[in-house]
Design a protein around this ligand. Structure first.
Ligand code: SF4
Length: 751
């Protein structure tokens, strides 16, 4: 087998050495980089040759590329690199890489034109000062040939074992067998649909209740489709940590049932969860695990890939053994793993790593999106930006003198934005151009400042720089998918404001990411109605929608609707008595563990106080505001097989989904309200946008998001085919046909 690789990619793989260095170095933009190249070339003589195509061979490998420029008068080959700031701040590992590239080009040219020696230069062009710094050295063709061969040897050894791994992986996946004697009810239906989507390169929305083994039911067919579809990677994308753990358990089951399975699985976690020195900075002078990172990376990478199973603990252990940073090792392993299990943002975010790798490497990838109902809100957050004026003013006061002018201009435009605003909150049809122009100028000034003075800057200044860049970037992409709103507030007698570019329809951003994937399956217990998810997530119009048969029998769940109770805002006080009476009656009739869900903390506390006053004998547990992970765990640990009581929780909150209390640990739920988002100016504007785009404003903005929370909360009750429970839907609107049609079809509802 023969490989083909570009000079740059070859050197990036084989020639990196030294420290990891992520100190802030403002880089030129792509446009500045191209303009810089043109400027340097224009300065050269008339005989100067630019963009010379070169190629060369090594047994089993063809190396191709384009050298920046050659000056025949001086027999000089130049590699041009643009930069900002002092040339001495270019990290050492980048300089090594630049020299490796020019040396490979040097050999290819010597060989192509029959030269015995050549002068090589790395030309650093400062895009601000337009000055060149040239490092030049003469090399004999023989030494360049040896260098070239060394890089090729290193790469080919790696490429050969990669090819071998892929052959074995595909053979193993073809023979992959399911880890249990049979599929569960509904699991086969799901697996077949996922396989078809993977085979035909389609998008699939699969709604399936808990209990059918969704994770394995999607992973297994997706992996089976690998060999025939010549897939490179599978990304299992999760909203939360438990989803990641379930995916790893399912993959572990496949590994155990198929001993020797050649499948590299990586759990990629966030930097703050992986970092061993949270108080240090990521460069060799600060963190010992960044020192010599690239020198030790090849051995660590090889050890990791030989291990194959790379959950967080395993990556950490290998990183420790080789004394390198576990987070950046994991980031490197994203390039070489067959399955990456990680958070949504590694594929869907603006600067997502896995998305960029897929683009750069032209990978054929397939996506599994777990608990996909969460993606709408998560993606809205990824494509929104906010700037707060109080924070801005405080950093402006302490900012370096050279930034005063640009920041003052931003402040002037900012004040004008809200000075005529009548209401505290207002949505504007357009982003304020003059303000964004001043912000862009401030970003440029900040870039120059950080270039000249990369260390010792205020953290607030750096944060503002990042926020402002994001704001400018999203302002450029502004469209009907987003709102521009201003919230005015008083701060020490002064009128200030918060500016927000608020994404409400993430579809235009996500569509490109889904389009790049060969196939995608999005699954959850609540993906109904499918057009709502399809429209907001940017899926194809012909995306398949599947409702998997539930494994649960209607007799398992008694769904009751109170036909005479209103939980609308004005009726809440009146609703407290009937709700307490109903909870008490149900509890006495069948003592055990229940969850009662309310639309807000206020409503929750009123109902809790009422029940406590009138039925003091019922044990009550309360979800409090801002519980941390261990408090949440303690709350759940109260629900045991022997306990009896009612837990009060917020609908759509930490206990409204993603918790598993099987059997007697939970035998019923009370759900007060339809979970509709509050009617406020933002939601009203969202309704209008949805109406304009999809002709279904109220349902898209209020009803569907609300019912999704209701069905998720109700789904906590029946977790296995042996469970038996009750769900009380506490609002008369649940009895209306327009609402009931969106509730799960297997529910048998009594009014
Ligand atoms: S261990 Fe932490 S500080 Fe050190 S390089 Fe890794 S992420 Fe950065």
């Amino acid at each position: 087998m023969s490989y083909r690789i570009g000079v740059r990619a070859l050197c990036e793989f084989t020639a990196r050495e030294g420290d990891l260095d992520l100190r802030f170095t403002p880089a030129p933009t792509a446009e500045e980089g191209q303009a810089g190249h043109r400027t340097v070339i224009a300065r050269r003589g008339p005989d100067y040759l630019s963009e010379i195509t070169v190629a060369g061979d090594y047994p089993g490998l063809r190396v191709v590329g384009r050298a920046d420029g050659y000056d025949p008068d001086f027999k000089l080959l130049e590699e041009i690199k643009t930069h900002r700031g002092d040339v001495s701040r270019i990290p050492h590992n980048h300089q090594v890489l630049h020299w490796a590239q020019v040396k490979v080009y040097g050999w290819l040219l010597c060989q192509q034109w029959g030269m015995d020696e050549i002068d090589l230069a790395v030309v650093y062009f400062n895009v601000v000062t337009q000055q060149e710094t040239v490092f030049r050295e003469r090399f004999g063709a023989e030494s360049l040939r040896e260098f070239f061969q060394l890089q090729c040897q290193r790469f080919i050894a790696w490429a050969e074992q990669e090819t071998l791994h892929r052959q074995r992986r595909d053979q193993d996946l073809e023979a992959l067998s399911f880890p249990y004697p049979s599929f569960r009810h509904g699991q086969r239906q799901l697996a077949e649909a996922v396989y078809r989507a993977a085979r035909d390169g389609e998008q699939l929305l699969a709604q399936a209740t808990t209990g059918i083994g969704k994770t394995l039911g999607t992973l297994f067919p997706q992996l089976k489709a690998f060999p025939a579809q010549q897939l490179d990677r599978l990304f299992f994308l999760c909203a939360k940590t438990p989803g990641r753990h379930l995916a790893l358990e399912a993959l572990q089951a496949l590994h155990q049932h198929n001993p020797g399975l050649n499948l590299r699985v990586l759990e990629h976690v966030a930097r703050d969860k992986a970092c061993e020195y949270p108080e240090r900075a990521c460069h060799g002078d600060s963190c010992p695990l960044a020192k010599g990172f690239y020198d030790r990376l090849p051995a660590a990478r090889l050890a990791a890939l030989q291990a194959g199973w790379l959950d967080q603990a395993q990556v950490r252990a290998i990183a420790r053994e080789h004394q390198i940073c576990p987070y950046y090792l994991s980031q490197e392993l994203c390039r070489w793993s067959d399955v990456v299990v990680c958070d949504y943002n590694y594929y869907f975010d603006l600067g997502a790593l896995l998305y960029s790798l897929t683009l750069i490497n032209d990978w054929r990838v397939t996506l599994l999106v777990d608990e996909a109902h969460n993606l709408i809100d998560r993606a809205r957050g990824m494509y929104s930006a906010e700037l707060d004026q109080a924070r801005f003013n405080s950093l402006r006061r302490s900012a370096p003198a050279r930034l005063k002018g640009p920041l003052d201009r931003v402040a002037r435009h900012w004040n004008q934005l809200h000075q005529d605003q009548q209401a505290d909150y207002q949505i504007y049809p357009q982003v304020a151009d003059l303000f964004v122009a001043s912000l862009n100028k401030a970003v440029s000034a900040l870039t120059d400042h950080l270039t000249d003075q990369p260390t010792g800057n205020d953290a607030a200044l750096l944060q503002f720089y990042l926020d402002a860049m994001l704001f400018c970037r999203l302002a450029e992409a502004y469209g009907p998918h987003s709102l521009f709103d201003i919230t005015r507030y008083q701060d020490r007698q002064q009128a200030l404001s918060t500016l927000c570019l608020r994404n409400v329809i993430p579809a235009p951003f996500l569509a490109e990411r889904f389009r790049l994937a060969h196939s995608s399956t999005l699954f959850s217990a609540t993906l109904n109605p499918a057009p709502y998810y399809r429209d907001l997530l940017g899926l194809h119009q012909d995306c398949q929608a599947l409702e998997v048969e539930s494994p649960f029998r209607p007799e398992q769940l008694d769904v009751r609707i109170t036909s005479k109770l209103s939980t609308r805002y004005p009726d809440r006080t009146d609703s407290l008595g009937p709700i307490s009476a109903l909870i008490a009656q149900q509890f006495h009739q069948r003592p055990g563990n229940y969850l009662a869900f309310f639309s807000s903390y206020d409503y929750l506390q009123q109902a809790l106080a009422h029940l406590r006053r009138h039925y003091p004998q019922i044990p009550l547990w309360e979800q409090s505001r801002q519980m941390n992970e261990s408090q949440r765990q303690s709350f759940l640990e109260r629900f045991t097989s022997e306990s009896q009581g009612v837990g009060f929780a917020v609908l759509g909150g930490a206990f409204g989904e993603g918790i598993d209390l099987p059997g007697p640990r939970l035998i019923g739920a009370f759900i007060a309200t339809l979970g509709l988002p509050q009617v406020n100016p933002v939601n009203e504007e969202i309704r209008q946008r949805m109406e304009d785009q999809f002709g279904n404003g109220y349902d898209y903005a209020y009803l569907y998001p609300g019912l999704q929370k209701v069905v998720q909360a109700a789904g906590r009750v029946i977790r296995t085919t042996e469970d038996q429970g009750v769900v009380w839907l506490l609002d008369q609107r649940f009895a209306e046909r327009r609402i009931r049609r969106w509730l799960p079809s297997w529910w048998q509802i009594r009014i």
